[in-house]
Design a protein around this ligand. Structure first.
Ligand SMILES: Cc1ncc(COP(=O)(O)O)c(C=O)c1O
Length: 374
């Protein structure tokens, strides 16, 4: 087990700086209307209307009542909606909760882990700063548009690793590897003790792209499903892990009773049943993102990575002002974007922008344009 004192030492650099501007004591939440928080990847759309209605109707009771101990109803709903066995599901209060409970339980300072580079920064943080294990990076190269070469990855995975973390679609690139290709690669991989596939943005690539059912039958594959970004539930904290029943059984003792709040359980349970609503929102996201992509190109930003999810990452052209200066100018105008130099050993001069609704995207582009030109 990890040395718990280490948890006090360090925190990962995140997006989310926008909350400082709103005020973390929540004294004036109206300020949120003046701020564009495109540094985090929360959904631009609200949760399905049915969820808000149900929670609002019984809010007082929901706040004061202990939830089902192990989120049994949510597990049943995931099982029936995703067609996976109940025994293959482990609930977490957000995927960060699962990552921070499970990785330190599996690994120690002599473990060896493979990460994509760039990828979601929290993984590097927990592995290097908290568990302090050996981390190797599989470089996604700017010259190759950050595309993942699966032949090279397959070769790399024949070396011995205790864990490989694969974020797909990847953050910050938004690039996606298709399920069929992943399944072939994973079936032929021999050297890796465990493979953790983070599907936080998978619904944007298509629900049928999830490897949940593949993982259920495998010996070493774990699918981490955040419900934050694709169901618009980031504030509530809901996620689950999908793996073989035996692998899930071994992890159950890490999750305390009542770990997921009642509002989160209710919202997550109904979100899974509102598929039509969410599919329409994913389709709208694609149109909004494509439009943002074209408009960024129109500003002379030629290197925009063609991601499939609710964000775009791009490099500033040669000769631009420093990224940090441009981002600081944006902040002065209440626009928060993400400098992704913290998300990879080999990335610089790159910015990640969350996709928002049309009006906000236009505002965001105007502020950004002024910041690169002034
Ligand atoms: C790839 C990836 N995994 C996990 C998370 C954390 O999500 P959650 O809200 O479920 O903790 C994020 C958040 O940005 C992410 O981008």
């Amino acid at each position: 087990m990890p040395d718990l004192n280490l948890y006090n030492n360090s925190t990962c650099f995140h997006g989310g700086a926008f909350f400082e501007a709103i005020g973390v004591e929540f004294n004036n939440l109206k300020r949120k209307e003046t701020i564009i928080n495109a540094d985090v990847l929360d959904a631009w759309f609200p949760p399905a209307p049915k969820i808000e209605k149900i929670i609002q109707k019984d809010l007082g009771w929901i706040m004061k009542t202990s939830p089902p101990i192990h989120a049994e109803g949510l597990i049943r709903t995931i099982s029936s909606r995703r067609n996976i066995d109940r025994s293959s599901i482990l609930i977490g209060s957000g995927s960060s909760d699962l990552i921070f409970r499970i990785l330190p339980y599996w690994l120690n300072s002599s473990s060896k882990v493979l990460l994509l580079d760039p990828t979601y920064g929290e993984y590097s943080h927990i592995l290097k700063n908290i568990i302090r294990c050996k981390v190797e990076y599989f470089n996604l190269r700017r010259e190759e548009g950050y595309k993942l070469n699966t032949d090279n990855l397959a070769k790399k995975l024949n070396e011995e690793f205790d864990l490989f973390v694969w974020v797909n679609p990847n953050n910050p690139t938004g690039l996606h590897i298709k399920k069929d290709e992943m399944e072939i690669l994973l079936t032929n991989t021999k050297g890796c003790k465990r493979i953790w596939i983070d599907e936080t943005y998978i619904e944007y690539a298509g629900r049928d792209q999830s490897l949940e059912r593949f993982a259920e039958k495998s010996e070493n594959i774990f699918i981490c499903k955040s419900m934050s970004k694709v169901y618009a539930l980031s504030g509530l904290r809901a996620a689950y892990l999908c793996a073989s029943p035996l692998n899930i059984e071994k992890l159950k003792s890490l999750i305390p009773p009542w770990s997921m709040s009642l509002p989160a359980q209710i919202a997550a349970t109904f979100a899974l049943q509102e598929e039509d609503y969410y599919i329409k929102k994913y389709q709208a996201t694609h149109a909004l993102r494509d439009n943002l992509y074209l408009k960024l190109k129109g500003l002379g930003i030629n290197e925009v990575i063609p991601g499939v999810a609710n964000f775009l990452t791009f490099h500033l052209p040669e000769g631009s002002k420093p990224t940090s200066l441009i981002l600081a100018k944006c902040v002065k105008n209440n626009l928060y974007l993400r400098n992704i130099s913290t998300m990879g050993v080999s990335v610089n001069n790159a910015i990640r922008m969350a996709v928002k609704d049309n009006t906000t995207n236009n505002k965001m582009l105007k502020i950004f344009e002024n910041s690169i030109k002034s």
